[in-house]
Design a protein around this ligand. Structure first.
Ligand code: HEC
Length: 232
């Protein structure tokens, strides 16, 4: 009996994990150079959301695309790709082209045929890894206080020494707030990020007493969390 319950809980967790993974990857736009298809899982147009939006490359010389399919979704869901009908701009924050990631903007040039031309594309730097953040931040700046000692009491209760950070951060509830220390994919609602930024927190900004992290280092931590906070 207990075994059956445990198994069904296990199955439920697996389903939830699969849904979460699907939701995260569903936001990812991809361009397949072989077929010339630009696939946008979801696009926000005003209050509506379209799903399964596919644009086909019709002129590689000018990077001109034409809308092939789009399905209206009700009710509207969240979408990272946004089409602004007023300007005709289609903003794609994250599109995978082979193994590289770009942020791109397409411009509508013909409303009758839904033809878009690439207006700009910038390569996005790869996300930082936990190992890089450990070496750059946690070990030199945090682990002296956050050392795993003192049981349930901070700072020791948060262990940021090498090999322990992941298990102490990712999907672990913060002590000072009703937030995860690191919520994969959501830096703004990750208590670790807030403590380093010094906003939306209880107690002191970290590292305690400063000096605080510069913008470039904050961007690295943000990119690791935004990329799903892998144990890498
Ligand atoms: C000088 C000691 C000290 C250093 C260095 C320090 N902290 Fe802290 N940290 C504390 C103390 C004390 C608290 C609890 C009181 C508070 O939040 O003001 C705390 C709390 C935290 C919390 C809240 C944890 C929770 O579960 O609510 C986080 C997150 C945190 N620190 C991250 C860091 C990071 C990341 C660094 C390095 C960049 C760092 N701290 C450096 C002393 C320190």
């Amino acid at each position: 009996m207990i075994r059956a319950i445990l198994l069904s809980i296990q199955r439920l967790v697996l389903v939830l994990l699969a849904v979460a993974a699907g939701a995260a990857s569903a936001q990812r736009a991809t361009f397949d150079g072989g077929t010339g298809l630009l696939t946008l899982p979801a696009v926000r147009v005003g209050a509506a959301t379209y799903v399964n939006v596919v644009l086909g490359l019709i002129d590689p010389a000018t990077f001109t695309f034409r809308l092939q399919t789009a399905t209206l979704q009700t009710p509207a869901g969240a979408a990272d790709v946004v089409f602004d009908a007023a300007s005709g701009g289609l903003t794609i924050p994250d599109v995978a082209v082979g193994s590289a990631n770009y942020s791109a903007r397409l411009q509508l040039t013909d409303l009758a045929t839904y033809t878009f031309v690439l207006a700009s594309a910038e390569i996005k730097p790869a996300a930082s890894t936990l190992a890089q953040i450990q070496a750059l931040v946690f070990t030199p700046m945090c682990s002296g206080c956050h050392d795993g000692s003192s049981g349930a009491i901070l700072p020791g209760a948060l262990n940021l020494t090498t090999g322990n950070s992941y298990a102490n951060l990712v999907n672990v509830s913060a002590r000072e707030a009703a937030l995860m220390r690191v919520a994969p994919g959501d830096p703004d609602n990750s208590y670790l990020y807030r403590k380093l930024l010094g906003s939306g927190i209880t107690g002191q900004r970290m590292p305690f007493g400063g000096p605080y992290l510069d913008d470039a280092t904050m961007a690295r931590i943000r990119s690791w969390i935004a990329s799903g906070a892998p144990n890498n």
